[in-house]
Design a protein around this ligand. Structure first.
Ligand code: PLP
Length: 384
Protein backbone atom coordinates (compact mmCIF):
# COMPACT_ATOMS: atom_id res chain seq x y z
CA UNK A 1 0.00 0.00 0.00
CA UNK A 2 1.22 3.49 -0.80
CA UNK A 3 2.40 5.63 2.11
CA UNK A 4 -0.09 8.16 3.44
CA UNK A 5 1.67 11.07 5.08
CA UNK A 6 -0.61 13.73 6.55
CA UNK A 7 0.64 17.31 6.90
CA UNK A 8 0.57 17.02 10.66
CA UNK A 9 0.20 14.41 13.41
CA UNK A 10 0.18 15.26 17.13
CA UNK A 11 3.02 13.69 19.13
CA UNK A 12 0.96 11.97 21.79
CA UNK A 13 1.07 8.52 23.42
CA UNK A 14 -0.03 6.71 26.59
CA UNK A 15 1.67 9.37 28.76
CA UNK A 16 -0.94 11.96 27.76
CA UNK A 17 -3.74 9.42 28.30
CA UNK A 18 -2.49 8.70 31.84
CA UNK A 19 -2.13 12.39 32.68
CA UNK A 20 -5.67 13.07 31.47
CA UNK A 21 -7.06 10.15 33.48
CA UNK A 22 -5.31 11.48 36.59
CA UNK A 23 -6.58 15.03 36.21
CA UNK A 24 -10.15 13.86 35.61
CA UNK A 25 -9.96 11.65 38.69
CA UNK A 26 -8.62 14.59 40.73
CA UNK A 27 -12.05 16.19 40.53
CA UNK A 28 -10.66 19.62 39.51
CA UNK A 29 -10.96 20.38 35.80
CA UNK A 30 -10.62 24.13 35.25
CA UNK A 31 -7.73 26.44 36.17
CA UNK A 32 -6.07 25.24 39.37
CA UNK A 33 -3.00 23.37 40.62
CA UNK A 34 -2.08 21.75 37.27
CA UNK A 35 -2.19 25.11 35.47
CA UNK A 36 0.14 26.70 38.04
CA UNK A 37 2.47 23.68 37.89
CA UNK A 38 2.55 23.99 34.09
CA UNK A 39 3.32 27.72 34.33
CA UNK A 40 6.20 27.06 36.73
CA UNK A 41 7.70 24.28 34.62
CA UNK A 42 7.31 26.36 31.47
CA UNK A 43 9.02 29.39 33.04
CA UNK A 44 11.87 27.14 34.15
CA UNK A 45 12.25 25.61 30.69
CA UNK A 46 12.33 29.04 29.00
CA UNK A 47 14.40 30.68 31.72
CA UNK A 48 11.96 33.54 32.28
CA UNK A 49 10.52 34.83 35.54
CA UNK A 50 6.85 35.17 34.54
CA UNK A 51 4.68 32.74 32.56
CA UNK A 52 0.89 33.09 32.42
CA UNK A 53 -1.17 30.27 30.88
CA UNK A 54 -4.17 31.27 28.77
CA UNK A 55 -6.73 29.77 26.39
CA UNK A 56 -4.85 30.49 23.13
CA UNK A 57 -2.01 32.45 21.59
CA UNK A 58 -4.62 34.86 20.23
CA UNK A 59 -5.72 35.52 23.83
CA UNK A 60 -2.05 35.81 24.87
CA UNK A 61 -1.42 38.47 22.20
CA UNK A 62 -4.58 40.36 23.16
CA UNK A 63 -3.69 40.38 26.87
CA UNK A 64 -0.09 41.44 26.16
CA UNK A 65 -1.38 44.35 24.05
CA UNK A 66 -3.82 45.40 26.78
CA UNK A 67 -1.08 45.14 29.43
CA UNK A 68 1.14 47.31 27.19
CA UNK A 69 -1.61 49.94 27.22
CA UNK A 70 -2.41 49.63 23.49
CA UNK A 71 -5.82 51.04 22.54
CA UNK A 72 -7.87 52.99 19.99
CA UNK A 73 -5.84 55.35 17.80
CA UNK A 74 -2.57 53.51 18.39
CA UNK A 75 -0.66 51.76 15.60
CA UNK A 76 0.89 48.31 15.88
CA UNK A 77 3.33 47.03 13.23
CA UNK A 78 3.09 43.35 12.27
CA UNK A 79 4.38 41.31 9.31
CA UNK A 80 1.89 40.71 6.48
CA UNK A 81 3.25 37.14 6.29
CA UNK A 82 1.58 35.63 9.37
CA UNK A 83 -1.54 33.87 10.57
CA UNK A 84 -4.52 36.22 10.80
CA UNK A 85 -4.62 35.89 14.61
CA UNK A 86 -1.65 38.28 14.93
CA UNK A 87 -3.70 41.04 13.29
CA UNK A 88 -7.01 40.17 14.93
CA UNK A 89 -5.55 40.47 18.42
CA UNK A 90 -4.47 44.03 17.54
CA UNK A 91 -7.95 44.85 16.20
CA UNK A 92 -9.58 43.66 19.47
CA UNK A 93 -7.86 46.57 21.26
CA UNK A 94 -9.18 49.14 18.77
CA UNK A 95 -5.64 49.88 17.56
CA UNK A 96 -4.76 49.99 13.85
CA UNK A 97 -2.89 47.13 12.23
CA UNK A 98 0.08 48.32 10.16
CA UNK A 99 1.28 45.58 7.81
CA UNK A 100 5.00 45.32 7.11
CA UNK A 101 6.96 43.39 4.46
CA UNK A 102 9.27 40.52 5.42
CA UNK A 103 12.79 39.50 4.40
CA UNK A 104 13.08 37.24 1.34
CA UNK A 105 15.76 35.14 3.05
CA UNK A 106 13.74 33.81 5.99
CA UNK A 107 10.22 35.30 5.81
CA UNK A 108 10.62 37.22 9.10
CA UNK A 109 9.73 40.90 9.49
CA UNK A 110 12.22 43.28 7.84
CA UNK A 111 13.68 45.77 10.37
CA UNK A 112 14.34 48.34 7.62
CA UNK A 113 10.72 48.15 6.50
CA UNK A 114 9.63 48.59 10.15
CA UNK A 115 11.58 51.87 10.38
CA UNK A 116 9.81 53.23 7.30
CA UNK A 117 6.39 52.54 8.87
CA UNK A 118 6.96 54.16 12.24
CA UNK A 119 4.73 57.20 12.86
CA UNK A 120 3.89 59.33 15.87
CA UNK A 121 1.07 56.83 16.62
CA UNK A 122 3.21 53.68 16.59
CA UNK A 123 3.17 51.98 20.01
CA UNK A 124 4.23 48.38 19.44
CA UNK A 125 5.82 45.85 17.08
CA UNK A 126 4.78 42.20 16.89
CA UNK A 127 7.61 40.20 15.29
CA UNK A 128 6.53 36.69 14.22
CA UNK A 129 9.19 33.97 14.38
CA UNK A 130 8.16 32.42 11.09
CA UNK A 131 8.41 28.63 11.12
CA UNK A 132 10.60 28.78 14.24
CA UNK A 133 13.28 31.04 12.72
CA UNK A 134 13.95 33.89 15.12
CA UNK A 135 13.47 37.43 13.76
CA UNK A 136 16.38 39.87 13.79
CA UNK A 137 15.70 40.70 17.44
CA UNK A 138 18.87 42.81 17.93
CA UNK A 139 17.69 45.28 15.28
CA UNK A 140 14.05 45.13 16.39
CA UNK A 141 14.89 45.76 20.07
CA UNK A 142 17.16 48.66 19.02
CA UNK A 143 14.38 50.23 16.91
CA UNK A 144 11.92 49.74 19.78
CA UNK A 145 14.19 51.39 22.30
CA UNK A 146 14.89 54.34 19.95
CA UNK A 147 11.16 54.96 19.42
CA UNK A 148 9.94 53.82 22.84
CA UNK A 149 7.85 50.92 21.48
CA UNK A 150 6.71 47.71 23.16
CA UNK A 151 7.90 44.46 21.57
CA UNK A 152 5.39 41.61 21.74
CA UNK A 153 6.73 38.48 20.06
CA UNK A 154 4.38 36.08 18.33
CA UNK A 155 6.23 32.87 19.17
CA UNK A 156 3.49 30.49 18.04
CA UNK A 157 6.17 28.67 15.96
CA UNK A 158 9.15 29.20 18.22
CA UNK A 159 9.08 26.64 21.01
CA UNK A 160 11.92 25.94 21.53
CA UNK A 161 13.89 28.46 19.41
CA UNK A 162 17.10 30.20 20.38
CA UNK A 163 18.95 33.31 19.23
CA UNK A 164 22.56 33.92 20.37
CA UNK A 165 21.95 31.28 23.03
CA UNK A 166 18.84 33.02 24.46
CA UNK A 167 15.54 31.17 24.43
CA UNK A 168 12.66 32.91 22.67
CA UNK A 169 10.50 33.96 25.61
CA UNK A 170 13.30 35.92 27.30
CA UNK A 171 14.00 38.60 24.66
CA UNK A 172 11.09 41.04 24.06
CA UNK A 173 8.76 42.75 26.54
CA UNK A 174 6.16 40.02 26.07
CA UNK A 175 6.28 36.69 24.24
CA UNK A 176 3.17 34.75 23.22
CA UNK A 177 3.16 30.99 22.59
CA UNK A 178 0.49 28.78 21.05
CA UNK A 179 -0.47 25.27 22.13
CA UNK A 180 -2.92 24.80 19.27
CA UNK A 181 -3.24 21.25 17.89
CA UNK A 182 -0.58 21.66 15.17
CA UNK A 183 2.04 23.47 17.21
CA UNK A 184 5.28 22.00 18.63
CA UNK A 185 3.70 21.66 22.08
CA UNK A 186 -0.03 21.11 22.16
CA UNK A 187 -2.79 21.16 24.74
CA UNK A 188 -5.43 20.97 21.97
CA UNK A 189 -6.02 24.68 22.42
CA UNK A 190 -3.99 26.90 24.70
CA UNK A 191 -1.35 29.60 24.98
CA UNK A 192 1.19 31.25 27.27
CA UNK A 193 2.51 34.77 27.81
CA UNK A 194 5.99 35.24 29.19
CA UNK A 195 7.30 38.60 30.34
CA UNK A 196 9.92 40.17 32.58
CA UNK A 197 7.77 42.78 34.28
CA UNK A 198 6.11 41.45 37.43
CA UNK A 199 3.37 44.10 37.55
CA UNK A 200 2.42 43.44 33.90
CA UNK A 201 2.32 39.71 34.62
CA UNK A 202 0.04 40.29 37.61
CA UNK A 203 -2.31 42.40 35.48
CA UNK A 204 -2.45 39.66 32.82
CA UNK A 205 -3.20 37.06 35.53
CA UNK A 206 -6.24 39.07 36.61
CA UNK A 207 -7.36 40.01 33.09
CA UNK A 208 -7.39 36.38 31.93
CA UNK A 209 -10.16 35.56 34.41
CA UNK A 210 -12.74 38.38 34.36
CA UNK A 211 -10.45 40.87 36.10
CA UNK A 212 -10.91 39.00 39.36
CA UNK A 213 -8.08 39.30 41.85
CA UNK A 214 -5.79 36.34 41.89
CA UNK A 215 -6.91 34.24 44.81
CA UNK A 216 -10.36 33.85 43.31
CA UNK A 217 -9.72 30.63 41.42
CA UNK A 218 -9.55 28.65 44.63
CA UNK A 219 -12.61 30.14 46.29
CA UNK A 220 -14.30 26.73 45.90
CA UNK A 221 -11.49 24.76 47.50
CA UNK A 222 -11.02 23.91 51.16
CA UNK A 223 -10.10 27.01 53.12
CA UNK A 224 -10.99 29.22 50.13
CA UNK A 225 -12.81 32.44 50.87
CA UNK A 226 -15.93 33.70 49.13
CA UNK A 227 -14.77 37.29 49.01
CA UNK A 228 -13.18 38.59 45.83
CA UNK A 229 -12.77 41.85 43.97
CA UNK A 230 -13.03 42.72 40.29
CA UNK A 231 -10.26 45.20 39.58
CA UNK A 232 -11.16 46.01 35.95
CA UNK A 233 -13.16 44.54 33.05
CA UNK A 234 -11.35 41.35 32.13
CA UNK A 235 -11.72 38.42 29.77
CA UNK A 236 -12.56 34.72 29.87
CA UNK A 237 -9.11 33.61 28.71
CA UNK A 238 -7.97 31.17 31.40
CA UNK A 239 -6.36 27.80 30.74
CA UNK A 240 -7.93 24.66 32.27
CA UNK A 241 -6.22 21.96 34.34
CA UNK A 242 -7.20 19.44 31.65
CA UNK A 243 -5.13 21.40 29.11
CA UNK A 244 -2.31 21.94 31.62
CA UNK A 245 -2.13 18.19 32.35
CA UNK A 246 -1.49 17.63 28.63
CA UNK A 247 0.94 20.54 28.57
CA UNK A 248 3.08 19.12 31.38
CA UNK A 249 3.54 15.83 29.52
CA UNK A 250 4.24 17.63 26.24
CA UNK A 251 6.76 19.92 27.95
CA UNK A 252 8.66 16.90 29.28
CA UNK A 253 8.87 15.59 25.69
CA UNK A 254 9.79 18.97 24.14
CA UNK A 255 13.54 18.39 23.65
CA UNK A 256 13.07 14.89 22.31
CA UNK A 257 10.43 16.20 19.88
CA UNK A 258 12.68 19.11 18.84
CA UNK A 259 15.54 16.67 18.09
CA UNK A 260 13.27 14.63 15.86
CA UNK A 261 12.11 17.71 13.97
CA UNK A 262 15.71 18.85 13.54
CA UNK A 263 16.65 15.48 12.07
CA UNK A 264 13.79 15.63 9.56
CA UNK A 265 14.73 19.19 8.55
CA UNK A 266 18.37 18.09 8.04
CA UNK A 267 17.26 15.16 5.92
CA UNK A 268 15.16 17.47 3.70
CA UNK A 269 18.05 19.97 3.52
CA UNK A 270 20.39 17.22 2.31
CA UNK A 271 17.94 15.94 -0.28
CA UNK A 272 17.31 19.42 -1.71
CA UNK A 273 20.89 20.75 -1.51
CA UNK A 274 22.13 22.63 -4.60
CA UNK A 275 18.93 22.03 -6.56
CA UNK A 276 18.48 24.87 -9.06
CA UNK A 277 14.69 24.45 -8.96
CA UNK A 278 14.60 25.39 -5.28
CA UNK A 279 15.55 28.51 -3.34
CA UNK A 280 17.07 27.48 -0.02
CA UNK A 281 15.81 29.19 3.09
CA UNK A 282 18.73 31.04 4.69
CA UNK A 283 18.90 31.69 8.40
CA UNK A 284 21.43 33.43 10.60
CA UNK A 285 24.00 31.09 12.20
CA UNK A 286 23.07 32.54 15.61
CA UNK A 287 19.54 31.13 15.28
CA UNK A 288 18.43 27.67 16.38
CA UNK A 289 14.98 27.06 14.95
CA UNK A 290 12.21 24.99 16.52
CA UNK A 291 11.57 23.72 12.97
CA UNK A 292 7.82 24.12 13.31
CA UNK A 293 7.57 24.42 9.51
CA UNK A 294 9.65 23.21 6.61
CA UNK A 295 8.97 25.58 3.75
CA UNK A 296 9.98 24.67 0.20
CA UNK A 297 10.44 27.53 -2.27
CA UNK A 298 10.39 26.99 -6.02
CA UNK A 299 12.83 29.05 -8.07
CA UNK A 300 12.04 30.76 -11.36
CA UNK A 301 13.92 27.97 -13.13
CA UNK A 302 11.65 25.26 -11.73
CA UNK A 303 9.65 23.38 -14.38
CA UNK A 304 6.58 23.34 -12.13
CA UNK A 305 4.70 25.93 -10.14
CA UNK A 306 3.61 25.69 -6.52
CA UNK A 307 0.08 24.48 -7.26
CA UNK A 308 1.32 21.71 -9.56
CA UNK A 309 3.75 20.59 -6.85
CA UNK A 310 0.95 20.51 -4.27
CA UNK A 311 -1.23 18.40 -6.60
CA UNK A 312 1.65 16.06 -7.34
CA UNK A 313 2.32 15.55 -3.62
CA UNK A 314 -1.39 15.08 -2.86
CA UNK A 315 -1.45 12.31 -5.49
CA UNK A 316 1.59 10.74 -3.81
CA UNK A 317 -0.35 10.65 -0.50
CA UNK A 318 1.49 13.60 1.03
CA UNK A 319 -0.27 16.42 2.84
CA UNK A 320 1.04 19.96 2.38
CA UNK A 321 0.04 23.47 3.37
CA UNK A 322 0.85 27.08 2.45
CA UNK A 323 2.25 29.50 5.03
CA UNK A 324 0.86 32.04 4.53
CA UNK A 325 -1.64 33.78 2.31
CA UNK A 326 -0.42 37.35 3.05
CA UNK A 327 -2.97 39.22 5.15
CA UNK A 328 -3.60 42.04 2.62
CA UNK A 329 -5.03 39.41 0.24
CA UNK A 330 -8.00 38.71 2.56
CA UNK A 331 -11.39 40.38 2.09
CA UNK A 332 -11.37 41.78 5.61
CA UNK A 333 -8.11 43.61 4.82
CA UNK A 334 -9.01 44.75 1.30
CA UNK A 335 -11.22 47.47 2.74
CA UNK A 336 -8.06 48.98 4.16
CA UNK A 337 -6.74 49.39 0.59
CA UNK A 338 -3.32 47.80 0.81
CA UNK A 339 -1.14 47.75 -2.31
CA UNK A 340 0.43 44.42 -3.22
CA UNK A 341 3.43 46.43 -4.50
CA UNK A 342 4.19 47.52 -0.94
CA UNK A 343 4.97 43.89 -0.06
CA UNK A 344 7.26 42.59 -2.83
CA UNK A 345 8.88 39.95 -0.63
CA UNK A 346 5.59 38.64 0.81
CA UNK A 347 4.28 38.29 -2.77
CA UNK A 348 7.48 36.60 -3.96
CA UNK A 349 7.27 34.12 -1.06
CA UNK A 350 3.54 33.53 -1.39
CA UNK A 351 3.75 32.66 -5.13
CA UNK A 352 6.39 29.95 -4.69
CA UNK A 353 6.14 28.49 -1.17
CA UNK A 354 4.65 25.29 0.18
CA UNK A 355 5.13 23.60 3.53
CA UNK A 356 6.11 19.93 3.77
CA UNK A 357 5.15 17.54 6.60
CA UNK A 358 7.50 17.78 9.60
CA UNK A 359 6.46 16.18 12.88
CA UNK A 360 8.27 14.02 15.45
CA UNK A 361 6.59 10.71 14.61
CA UNK A 362 7.61 10.88 10.90
CA UNK A 363 9.80 7.90 10.03
CA UNK A 364 12.95 8.02 7.88
CA UNK A 365 11.05 6.09 5.23
CA UNK A 366 8.27 8.70 5.23
CA UNK A 367 10.73 11.62 5.08
CA UNK A 368 12.55 9.94 2.18
CA UNK A 369 9.23 9.39 0.37
CA UNK A 370 8.45 13.12 0.64
CA UNK A 371 11.92 14.14 -0.62
CA UNK A 372 11.77 11.66 -3.50
CA UNK A 373 8.30 12.81 -4.50
CA UNK A 374 9.39 16.47 -4.52
CA UNK A 375 12.49 15.68 -6.62
CA UNK A 376 10.47 13.42 -8.90
CA UNK A 377 7.97 16.20 -9.53
CA UNK A 378 10.77 18.69 -10.32
CA UNK A 379 12.31 16.24 -12.81
CA UNK A 380 9.15 15.16 -14.52
CA UNK A 381 7.47 18.54 -14.56
CA UNK A 382 4.58 17.41 -12.44
CA UNK A 383 3.51 14.28 -14.36
CA UNK A 384 3.16 11.24 -12.11
C1 PLP B 1 -1.25 29.39 15.49
C2 PLP B 1 -0.83 30.80 15.40
C3 PLP B 1 -1.44 31.80 16.16
C4 PLP B 1 -2.69 31.58 16.96
O1 PLP B 1 -2.55 30.61 17.93
P1 PLP B 1 -3.88 30.13 18.73
O2 PLP B 1 -3.30 29.43 19.90
O3 PLP B 1 -4.60 29.22 17.79
O4 PLP B 1 -4.65 31.33 19.09
C5 PLP B 1 -0.92 33.09 16.14
N1 PLP B 1 0.13 33.38 15.36
C6 PLP B 1 0.74 32.45 14.58
C7 PLP B 1 1.92 32.85 13.75
C8 PLP B 1 0.25 31.14 14.55
O5 PLP B 1 0.81 30.23 13.76
Amino acid sequence: MALQIPFHKAYTDSREVEALTDVIQSGWLTMGPKTFEFENEFAQKIGCSQAIAVSSCTAALHLALVAAGIGPGDEVIIPAMTFVATAEAVSYTGANVILCDVKKTDATIDPEAIERLISSKTRAIIPVHFGGTVCDMDSIMAIASRHNLTVIEDAAHALPSLCNGSMVGTIGDFTCFSFYATKTLTTGEGGMVTCKNEAAAERIRQLRLHGINKEAWNRYSKGGRWVYDVTETGFKYNMTDVQAALGLVQLAKLDEAADKRRRIAKSYDCAFLDNASLVPYTTEPSVESANHLYVLRLSDEASVNRDTMINHLTNAGIGTSVHYIPLYRFTSFKMRAYNFEDFPNCEWLYQRSLSLPIYPSMTEEETAHVSKSVLGCLQKGGEL
